[in-house]
Write a protein that binds this ligand. Structure first.
Ligand SMILES: O=C([O-])CC(=O)C(=O)O
Ligand SMILES: [Mg+2]
Length: 567
């Protein structure tokens, strides 16, 4: 069953008519005689690949998803590595920037500050075909690294939810993409005659909080089984609303917790390899964060558990972490600091501000450099070479999205370290050939985490999402490397392997010296993560599905997989 949203115009205003339907019957006479799924797959792919730009491909796939969701998801699952850069990062970034210009039809729910006091009726408009289980909610204020896009943020919610369907088998009709319109501070959009959002500047935080309180409450009433994923809120609001609602409703923040978990996972695998190369213990890693926004601090928080799991105290774990913001090294004696930076502000440095990244690196001598700054090329040749001089196998993760904001390219990292680097980026880079060897970059994107974390939280019917569940998702991902992948020094599994990959293809992959799997393993990974998340939820006593407690791990995994929707 899928929801079909048909726009109709009433008094010059567009309204939506909603119907639900099973995949339309292909009636004899209404379709060409030789139309069949197998061949049509090839036809759709050929049309897709014939488009001249990624945004055209995005628009094509968005239309395909509307009129033939089964075909869309079928192709998506089969060609995950090809599809994710189009329906998700990086192309979704451009789709957001151009949303008001490329807009064709409604695909989600818009709730604006004008709806304050009657949010219930807005939510009521959403069809109750099936109980909604997951909503991705953005306010468009910090989309990827692209800034305040206002209502143009809607495609990020849509894109994340497509990955929930493809990657975790959530039913399409159980998902609600939501963009909140609280204004925008981006003048370009306010001046754009085609801009689809309210033409007003963002409301102050107290007004926003009153709106958010009503919104979250009404969501919980209207959709009692719903998990909410906050996405791409500006840093201060990201922390504020996560803290405000996390004990009250099932909610998590993808940029703080999802990104934190995915980086922790890649770091666990990278740190083992780096320590093996340097002979230094795991507890001696020093991690430098370039970028101290919601993602930077979220990841730093999560990475502390790497050290606490290794036996360090919280205090000792925190000591392994250094932050750099636009003013340089973050330290107490520097003066006034934003609230969220206090916890990691250093007390072992009191001199004049250490402004340049190189100076900070020389002071800290980090084993790992994490980029969450949205400053493209901040990891210059000097920076990368210094990391290589300090470490036999430096860990360099330029995590900013989309690709054009990455702190360095994979090519730079490989060239300036002479191929000796443990690399993961937020957005995808192509594999490259270096001295006769094919090297594959890791992609430390939260898309590895949120589908499985969400699925686990949904199936366990969690009352809230605990830190221990987020940590479990991270460890689950780190442990989902196959022995072959470990042998190949991979940081993340590659997610586009066909689920039931044949031994033959596996052998071929090995012969091709692939460093990463190919996709469709994403569902297998999500199921495994979901199982770990459910167990963590049970331990934390936030689960409300007691049946799952009685299952063995094997049975639970089978149960999770059985719940996945298939196109
Ligand atoms: O969407 C992505 O690719 C990752 C993410 O959450 C962000 O950059 O905000
Ligand atoms: Mg995000």
């Amino acid at each position: 069953m899928t929801i079909v949203l048909t726009p109709v115009w009433q008094n010059g205003v567009q309204k939506l008519k909603m119907t639900s339907q099973a995949r339309p019957q292909l009636k004899r006479g209404l379709t060409p005689p030789e139309l069949n799924d197998e061949v049509h797959e090839t036809r759709c792919l050929t049309q897709l690949r014939g488009k001249v730009s990624d945004i055209e491909r995005y628009i094509f796939l968005s239309a395909l998803k509307e009129f033939d969701p089964h075909m869309f998801y079928r192709l998506c699952l089969k060609h995950m590595a090809e599809f994710t850069p189009i329906i998700y990062t990086p192309t979704v970034g451009q789709a957001c920037q151009e949303f008001s210009h490329n807009y064709r039809r409604p695909e989600g729910l818009f709730v604006s500050i004008k709806d304050k006091g009657k949010i219930k009726s807005i939510l009521n408009a959403w069809p109750k075909i099936d109980d909604a289980r997951i909503s991705v909610v953005t306010d468009g204020s910090r989309i990827l690294g692209l800034g305040d896009l206002g209502i143009n943020g809607m495609p990020i919610s849509i894109g994340k939810l497509s990955l929930y369907v493809a990657g975790a088998g959530i039913r399409p009709e159980s998902t609600i993409p939501i963009c909140l319109d609280l204004g925008t501070n981006t003048q370009k959009y306010l001046d754009d005659p085609l801009y689809l959002g309210l033409r007003k500047r963002r409301v102050p935080t107290d007004e926003m909080t009153a709106f958010m309180d009503e919104f979250m409450y009404e969501m919980s009433v209207q959709f009692p089984k719903l998990l909410v994923q906050f996405e791409d809120f500006s840093t201060d609001h990201a922390f504020l609303y996560l803290e405000r609602y996390r004990d009250k409703y099932p909610v998590f923040n993808d940029d703080i917790q999802g990104t934190g978990a995915v980086v922790l996972s890649g770091f666990i695998n990278a740190a083992k390899l780096a320590s093996a190369a340097s002979g230094q213990p795991l507890t001696s890693h020093r991690i430098l964060f370039f970028g101290a926004g919601s993602a930077g601090v979220g990841v730093a928080m999560q990475l502390m558990s790497f050290f606490t799991l290794e036996g360090l105290s919280e205090e000792e774990a925190r000591d392994r972490i250094y932050l750099v913001d636009t003013q340089g090294l973050v330290y107490k004696a520097r003066g006034e600091l934003a609230e969220h930076k206090h916890y990691f502000a250093r007390t072992d440095y009191t001199g004049p501000p250490l402004k340049s990244l190189l100076d900070v690196i020389e002071f800290v001598r980090p084993t790992a450099l994490m980029g969450l700054s949205t400053t493209s090329n901040a990891f210059t040749q000097d920076v990368i070479q210094t990391m290589a001089a300090l470490n036999p196998l430096p860990i360099i993760f330029p995590l900013s999205n989309p690709v054009k904001l990455s702190e360095c390219t994979f090519d730079d990292a490989v060239r300036y370290t002479n191929g000796k680097v443990l690399f993961a980026s937020g957005s995808p880079f192509d594999a490259l050939n270096f001295q006769g060897q094919t090297l594959h970059p890791g992609q430390g994107n939260n898309m590895y985490i949120f589908p499985g974390l969400g699925l686990g939280a949904i199936l366990a019917r969690c009352a809230s999402v605990t830190d221990s569940m987020v940590e479990a998702s991270s460890l689950g991902l780190a442990n989902s490397l196959t022995p072959e992948e470990e042998e190949m020094n991979l940081l993340y599994p590659q997610i586009d392997r066909i689920r039931e990959i044949s031994a033959f293809i596996a052998m071929q992959e090995e012969e091709m010296n692939l460093l990463y799997h190919q996709i469709d393993r994403i569902r297998e990974i999500s199921a495994f993560i979901a199982m770990q998340v459910i167990r963590a939820a049970q331990t934390a006593n936030v689960d409300r599905n007691p049946d799952l407690r009685r299952m063995s791990d094997d049975d639970l995994l089978t149960f999770v997989k059985s719940k996945m929707w298939n196109p």
